[in-house]
Design a protein around this ligand. Structure first.
Ligand code: ADP
Length: 451
């Protein structure tokens, strides 16, 4: 059975169930029907015999039977016998012979020449008469149950046809119900065999379970395709980003080896090499962090004094900002605390302030704000620098996205800072958004839950 397809299994069980329930209902109908008919005819015989008794009188030395009373009614034959058992009034059905008077007062069934009869006898003495009379009712049992035996035979003959129709119907219904499953299998195979990640099941709208499953599969395929595309883009971006500084380092080394005549010339090359090596090293550590983030890195959360942490970072960044004559203004509420990963929060602040300084205007200012709002900490890092145009805004959170690499004064970024900031905020259960206008400045707003 396990080797059969689900469609055939459903058909098999459905047909079996139909057969059993048809047999059960027919047997019930047959037996209960016969009982009912038997009960009805027994009741009829008893009633007629009692009525018959009321029509018999002993008058003027003679037994008198009311001639208006019919001795054949509703298939029941009525007759009367004297004490010696001789028929004195009424009829017996053709083909029935009374051998012995049945026991009194109850319906009995008698077989004669392969035919069944119901008999009911009653001993009765008319008022004033000295002897006992026997009144008898006879009816043909087959007559009563005929409908049911015909029905039974007909049903048995019809049963195989009914079963064939049920099996065919069941199979067709199963085929119809499983058509979407076939589509799901075909799509999955298309994706596996042909490497075509864009294939979708796309079932027409419906609310049944298989359609819900198909929609979930389509959503899963969407995610797989996205993940695959991102992976491809990420790999090509990474190799590109790593290749550039490596190429510069190699060519600078070659140049120095071949051309540097003095220590100063060699030092000049070494400084360039060191700058690019630094960029390479920071790129590699950012990539490592993002790779760990992708692998569901576990945050090392602890209770932090956020006010002090933010102040320390602002102090450090202020020294770098001074080189561009940028002032870092602070509006940090005292005694702010948060349960978070310290290293990650430091990266978030450093990246945002570093960008604000990097893309801020000379002599401008950067404002760092931190305040408590209910169960959250709300922060803002804003600058009055070059800003970001609306068409670039939605993309700045994408890995390796740079509005214009030439805008980066030291060409030190690689477009990985903001994706990391966004990941850190979201990994803590918070969020981040940006408001910016070109030439006027940008402000990054973030919200982090306190614990
Ligand atoms: P990068 O390392 O290149 O700075 P980020 O991911 O930190 O990468 O930023 C992505 C892009 O967003 C940058 O290329 C830059 O053009 C833009 N950007 C980020 N912060 C600011 C800012 N404060 N002002 C203007 N542009 C910004």
């Amino acid at each position: 059975m396990k080797k059969l397809s689900i469609k055939l299994r459903i058909t098999f069980w459905f047909t079996l169930f139909m057969m059993l329930s048809a047999l059960a209902s027919l047997s019930f109908l047959y037996f209960a029907g016969e009982r009912q008919v038997e009960a009805v005819s027994s009741g009829e015989m008893v009633k007629l015999v009692e009525e018959f008794a009321e029509e018999i009188e002993w008058e003027e030395g003679e037994l008198e039977f009311d001639e208006d009373f019919e001795v054949y009614q509703n298939g029941v034959y009525l007759s009367a016998y004297n004490a010696e058992g001789r028929l004195i009034y009424g009829w017996l059905p053709d083909g029935f012979e009374l051998d012995t008077m049945p026991s009194q007062g109850k319906v009995v069934s008698v077989e004669q020449n392969n035919e069944s009869w119901y008999l009911y006898a009653l001993a009765f003495t008319p008022a004033g008469y000295s002897e006992e009379l026997h009144l008898l009712a006879v009816t043909h049992a087959a007559g009563a149950g005929t409908v049911f035996s015909v029905l039974g035979h007909l049903s048995l003959a019809l049963l195989p046809i009914l079963l064939i129709v049920a099996a065919l119907g069941g199979y067709l219904i199963a085929c119809r119900a499983f058509r979407p499953v076939k589509k799901i299998i075909e799509t999955a195979e298309q994706i596996v065999d042909g490497d075509d990640l864009s294939a979708r099941i796309n079932l027409p709208e419906s609310r049944d379970e298989i359609h819900t499953l198909a929609v979930s599969f389509d959503r899963m395929f969407d995610r797989l395709e996205d993940a695959f595309e991102n992976e491809k883009r990420f790999t090509s971006d990474v190799s590109h980003e790593l290749r550039t500084p490596t190429a510069v380092i190699l060519s600078e080394c070659e140049y120095a080896v071949e051309n540097a005549q003095t220590l100063d010339e060699a030092k000049e090359s070494l400084v360039k090499i060191s700058n690019h090596a630094e960029k390479l090293s920071s790129l590699i550590s950012q990539l490592l962090l993002l790779a760990r983030a992708d692998n569901r890195m576990v945050l090392q959360k602890e209770k932090l004094d956020l006010t002090t942490l933010a102040e320390v970072i602002c102090d450090e960044q202020a020294e770098l900002a001074e080189k561009k004559s940028i002032t870092i203004k602070r509006s940090i509420e005292p005694n702010l605390s948060i349960i978070a990963d310290q290293t990650m929060l430091m990266r978030l602040f450093i990246n945002l302030i570093d960008n604000a300084v990097k893309y801020g205007k000379v002599g401008g200012e950067v404002c760092v704000t931190l305040r408590e709002e209910g169960d959250s900490i709300c922060g803002e890092v804003s600058d009055n620098g070059i800003g970001i145009s609306p068409e670039h805004l939605p993309h700045i959170w994408e890995r390796f996205y740079q509005v214009d690499p030439a805008r980066d004064p030291n060409q030190s970024g690689a477009g990985l800072g903001l994706p990391m900031v966004k990941w850190i905020a979201e990994a803590h259960g918070g969020s981040i958004r940006v408001e910016s206008s070109l030439g006027e400045g940008s402000s990054f707003h973030f919200v982090l839950p306190k614990g």
